[in-house]
Each structure stands twice: as structure tokens, then as C-alpha cells.
Design a protein around this ligand. Structure first.
Ligand SMILES: C[S@@+](CC[C@H](N)C(=O)[O-])C[C@H]1O[C@@H](n2cnc3c(N)ncnc32)[C@H](O)[C@@H]1O
Length: 261
């Protein structure tokens, strides 16, 4: 959840075109985000201009706004180069048996969701931070212009997955029980480490480190028809200290896979 002491609200630049302005105002009203009359001096805010929505940290004014990753050049390059076999996440979710229906219960910047959607999975993103949900929604708006097919594989709700991952709430949203629930909660990285990217530092300042990830894991285990997949840093304990059925390792992190059906 956004820390109220850190998150200031949304600033819409005068130059933003009418469509972006209206869509942003709509999201601010829907997610209860304050509209700022001027750029704030402190804290983190949502910056809206003609390039869309980005998160800015006043303490790093030179850093580019942090945006969802659906249409970034890095993501486009990754999708062009990668195959389902080389993307470990696709092995972890069991894509060999064909594209599956995934709930990404911790979507963040949408990187992992985008990779799964690119290989044909139907991915529902449940993001509890309203500020992050705004950049994801804006990323989806831009993806629609690039590829409406890919866009149709992704949907987004601003909700806490802990409350939503149960049959009744999913049904109320018109969602079936997912084959896979995918989790990548925040992890408390050492603060000044050069390895922690600027965008992750902003996320840590805005959101903290998801101390309720074990509760989320147990909620996920109750609804996933086939498996729960958890992305963890290599040094981290498994969530809720539960031993996975299998683990897929990469250089910096691993995927813990729990078979549920
Ligand atoms: C490390 S980021 C995920 C990065 C993401 N996998 C990607 O590819 O960009 C974790 C995100 O999960 C969200 N989150 C954590 N717990 C959540 C919960 N219970 N419900 C919904 N979102 C949650 C946080 O707000 C944050 O945006």
C-alpha cells in the first residue's frame, strides 16, 4: 500500500492532452488520489504529461519517471529475442502444457505479466498500490496502440490480492479460479546497494517491503488450480518457510514452484 507520508498525489501538466488528462482525472477519482495544484517539494508523486503516467521521486529529480514496462524498448527487445524455453518464468508456470490462466497478484511494473501475456497466457493483474495501478493502467493504454492482441491478454484491478484471492471475490469480478497464481513480493534489499536499481529504491520508499507476503502466499495456495509460483532473491527463505515442490534457479533469483492440483 502507498505510504501516506511519502506519496503526495497526482500532478497533471498543462501540456497533457485532453484524453490523457481526462483518463488521469478519472483514475485519481476512482483510486482516491489527490490532484496536486503544483509540483510537490518532497515525497513521491505521479507525473502526468503527454508521454503518460510516471512515478517521480523529488529526492532524485534527475531520474526519469518510473513507468510500467509494457511498451518500453527493453521489454520490446526482450520479447523479440526470447523464446518460451529461455524465459524461466514460462517453465516455472508450466507453460509446456499450453498457455494458462494466471493471476499476477503482485504485478508492480508489469514486466513478468507482460512476458506471460506474450506467450499467450491470460493474465489478470491485482495491484494494491493505487499509484502503481495508475502507471499500469497507463501502460495498458499505450500497449493498446501497439498491439491490441497482446493488450487483450492482460487485465488490471486495483485491489489487495489477500482480500481478492477467494472464490467469491473472484466470481464477483467475473473471474474464474486461475490455473496459476504468480507472486513476486517486495524484498528488503540493502539500502545503498548499487545492485538495487533506482526504480526499486523508489518502490521501496513508496511501498515498503510487503511484510504480509506469507499471508498472500497462503491465500494463493487456496485458489490456484495447478500451481503457485513465487519469485524470490537467491538469498531469501521460501515464503512462509514452505518447501517448494521444485525450484528453478537463475543468476539473481529463483522461482519456487508449489503444485496445487
Ligand atoms: C517487486 S514488485 C513486482 C514486480 C513485478 N513482478 C514486475 O515484473 O514488474 C511487487 C508489487 O506487488 C505489489 N503487492 C504486494 N503485495 C500485494 C498484495 N497483497 N496485493 C496486491 N499487490 C501487492 C506491490 O504493491 C508492488 O507493486
Amino acid at each position: 500500500m502507498d505510504k501516506p507520508s511519502v506519496f503526495r498525489g497526482m500532478f497533471i501538466h498543462n501540456s497533457a492532452n485532453a484524453d490523457i488528462r481526462d483518463a488521469s482525472k478519472g483514475m485519481a477519482a476512482e483510486f482516491n488520489i489527490a490532484l496536486l495544484p503544483e509540483l510537490p517539494d518532497t515525497g513521491i508523486y505521479l507525473n502526468i504529461d503527454n508521454s503518460g503516467a510516471g512515478l517521480c521521486d523529488t529526492s532524485s529529480p534527475k531520474q526519469a519517471p518510473v513507468k510500467a514496462e509494457f511498451v518500453s524498448p527493453e521489454m520490446q527487445y526482450r520479447l523479440k529475442k526470447s523464446g518460451a524455453k529461455s524465459e524461466l518464468i514460462m517453465r516455472a508456470i508450466g507453460n509446456k502444457q499450453g498457455p494458462c490462466n494466471v493471476i499476477d497478484a503482485t504485478p508492480g511494473l508489469g514486466r513478468d505479466a507482460m512476458v506471460m501475456a506474450n506467450f499467450g497466457c491470460q493474465v489478470t493483474m491485482l495491484e494494491r498500490s493505487p499509484a502503481v495501478a495508475v502507471i499500469l493502467a497507463d501502460g495498458l493504454r499505450q500497449l493498446q496502440q501497439l498491439s491490441s492482441d497482446l493488450r487483450s491478454n492482460l487485465s488490471l484491478y486495483c485491489d489487495d490480492s489477500i482480500h481478492t484471492l477467494n472464490e467469491k471475490d473472484l466470481k464477483n469480478k467475473g473471474l474464474n479460479l486461475p490455473d496459476v497464481v504468480y507472486l513476486d513480493p517486495m524484498f528488503p534489499h540493502r539500502k545503498k546497494s548499487a545492485l538495487v536499481k533506482k526504480e526499486m529504491q523508489l518502490f521501496q520508499r513508496l511501498l515498503g517491503h510487503d511484510p504480509d507476503a506469507d499471508v498472500l502466499f497462503n491465500a494463493a495456495m487456496k485458489v490456484a488450480k495447478k500451481r503457485v509460483v513465487v519469485k524470490r532473491p537467491n538469498t531469501a527463505e521460501p515464503l512462509d518457510n514452505q518447501k517448494p515442490n521444485l525450484t528453478i534457479d537463475s543468476k539473481k533469483h529463483r522461482f519456487d514452484v508449489y503444485l496445487t492440483g
